[in-house]
Design a protein around this ligand. Structure first.
Ligand code: B16
Ligand code: MG
Length: 214
């Protein structure tokens, strides 16, 4: 890999394990509605996917009015907020602060590209907002991952051409978005989850910059 001028991080599932809370909130909604839903489905189909498209997957072809869709999205979001409200700075991936410090000291810009509308709540709860030069979240673009838009938007926030950015993602749709944006892609998670990653690490825990770009 070439040394990037900017690193664009996904949030949920990369810098903190909120992807597990998203799963629990969707599972709660699925149980309410009597719909079968597994952890494996969450990892394969919902990671990185925006709230509305996640719900449409979960409904598995069941008919719902716009009013019912809105109500279910709000209900899932209430369940999710109940789970994240007690998050603390301890829930940053182990060694994450040191890694972000190292990246910034190397003169590399940093930004967030998260599909989540709760992105700022989580950044504040785990106290890492200060490590980023820009934050793109679920309000920044209309076309979600796998469209390139949120990564292109985040690269713009740090005034860096996408060809000089490294994107970091735990979702296969996120890796697709990074590659569509013309960036190098570092995937976080099991190798079999990803199709287009340039490099895969099982986790960002206790990693150094060099291990991300080798
Ligand atoms: P919200 P990321 C994504 O965040 C999550 O991976 C995904 O599970 C969630 O549905 C999506 O955000 C929308 O989240 O309902 O909070 O707006 O991985 O892109 O940081
Ligand atoms: Mg993610």
């Amino acid at each position: 890999m070439q040394q990037p001028k900017a690193i664009i991080f996904d949030l949920d599932g990369v810098l903190t394990d909120t992807s597990e809370y998203h799963y629990q909130a969707w599972k709660h909604l699925a149980d309410d509605e009597g719909i079968a839903f597994t952890h494996e489905e969450n990892d394969t189909y919902l990671r990185g996917v925006d709230r509305r498209n996640s719900l449409l997957y979960l409904l598995k072809g069941r008919k719902a009015s716009e009013e019912q869709i809105q109500e279910m999205m709000e209900r899932k979001n209430r369940y999710y907020n109940d789970l994240i409200k007690n998050m603390t700075p301890k829930e940053v991936v182990e060694g994450g602060r040191e890694l972000l410090d190292e990246i910034r000291h190397a003169g590399i810009k940093t930004a967030i590209a998260s599909s989540s509308k709760n992105c700022w709540t989580v950044l504040r709860a785990i106290d890492i907002a200060q490590y980023f030069d820009g934050v793109a979240d679920g309000y920044s673009v209309t076309r979600g991952k796998p469209a390139a838009d949120i990564f292109v938007f985040a690269a713009g926030l740090v005034s860096t051409p996408t060809s000089q950015c490294l994107g970091v993602e735990d979702a296969d749709v996120g890796i697709e978005a990074i590659k569509a944006a013309g960036m190098q892609a570092l995937a976080i998670g099991p190798a079999e989850r990803f199709h287009k990653a340039d490099k895969v690490l099982p986790s960002l825990a206790n990693k150094r910059l060099q291990e991300m770009v080798d």
